[in-house]
Design a protein around this ligand. Structure first.
Ligand code: TRP
Length: 332
């Protein structure tokens, strides 16, 4: 039994995509592993954030984790900036990470695009902070989506080269774990794009703060096509919207796409969408309702934040002491 670490950025509302793609898996994993889940506010500021929006999103993310079933008695939940040791470790790791390694990061290339000279330095060194998050707690496994795999691999390279350079096992070398396929949720407007918190259209996603009526409305209005559903998954090829809606159904019902098609083959979206809307409301409305309840009493969320912080600071300090000792800092 290893230790799991993962995090999500509080850049705005978490979505159905975050739930089915990440948080739902975390809920299962927390019973089998020592688990630490973070709201990575220091990563969020790698692109400009409105201060009040960041604060609100940070509370919302933590409330959503709990409402989705992450149990603060089983897992450790915290806010990244509450353990500033991450930033200190990131500095030491910045001085142990060749620029060539960061130049290879495809997410930076995608995000910076043509604006390489005007994006902030933090966006470039972001993967080093992520490595610090993971290494400071000796996490053994890091559940992430495909887009973050390269960053976890960089983290492994940093850990291995640091251990070699200073000739001791300062860091545990972690492994990425990818969610089982089928949980990659696309936009409700365009089945070729990821469901994203940053899409300008709110109709493209289901937020984990939406109420039951909104959830039902968004599903009913989701883009689909005029064909009936096929009897096999193969028949969904080149029908990205249809595939996405069947994927969502299967994930929410905790079944396979084949079984869903077994039930709905030959039916059109006039039948399938209302069924999906009912299912989504049944599964998600309790979560979004609980999120709203938690948000109405910040005290409860803050108590969970404090509990996480107080547990993690000593662990983080221990790792920092080892790092500083290894690197040759004078410790008093
Ligand atoms: N970079 C991740 C993302 O944007 C979030 C993240 C930060 C993270 N630190 C992490 C994920 C550590 C896993 C482990 O999705």
């Amino acid at each position: 039994m290893g230790r799991i670490f993962s995090g999500i950025q509080p850049t705005s509302n978490l979505t159905l995509g975050n739930y089915l793609g990440a948080i739902k898996n975390w809920v299962t994993m927390q019973s089998e592993h020592d688990s630490i889940f973070c709201v990575v506010d220091m990563h969020a500021i790698t692109v400009p954030q409105e201060p009040e929006a960041l604060r609100k999103a940070t509370y919302e993310a933590l409330a959503t984790y709990i409402a989705c079933g992450i149990d603060p008695k089983k897992s450790t939940l915290f806010v990244q900036s509450h353990v500033p040791q991450h930033a200190e470790l990131a500095w030491y790791l910045n001085c142990a990470t060749p620029m060539g390694w960061l130049n290879r990061m495809t997410q930076f290339k995608d995000k910076a695009g043509k604006n390489r000279d005007s994006v902030m330095t933090g966006l470039y060194t972001y993967p080093v902070l992520m490595a610090a998050d993971i290494l400071i707690y000796h996490a053994t496994h890091v559940p992430v989506g495909e887009d973050q795999k390269q960053h976890v691999e960089l983290c492994r390279d940093i850990a291995i080269s640091f251990n070699q350079r200073f000739e001791r096992e300062v860091f545990t070398v972690p492994q990425p774990i990818m969610p089982k396929q089928g949980a990659r949720i696309k936009s409700l407007r365009d089945g070729t794009k990821k469901m994203s918190k940053s899409d300008p259209s709110d109709m493209s996603r289901i937020n984990l703060t939406d109420d039951a009526d909104t959830i039902a409305k968004k599903i009913r209005k989701a883009t689909s096509d005029a064909d009936v559903l096929p009897s096999e998954v193969k028949g969904l090829e080149s029908r990205p919207e249809a595939e996405n809606l069947v994927t969502i159904y299967a994930a929410l019902a905790e079944t396979t796409m084949d079984k869903v098609l077994g039930e709905f083959a030959g039916q059109g979206f006039g039948v399938f969408k209302p069924a999906l809307a009912n299912l989504a409301v049944e599964k998600l409305a309790p979560i979004t309702k609980r999120t709203q309840e938690l948000l109405s009493d910040k005290g409860e969320i803050e108590a969970v934040m404090r509990q996480g912080r107080d547990k993690l600071i000593p662990m983080a300090n221990k790792t920092l002491d080892d790092v500083k000792q290894a690197m040759g800092f004078v410790t008093l």
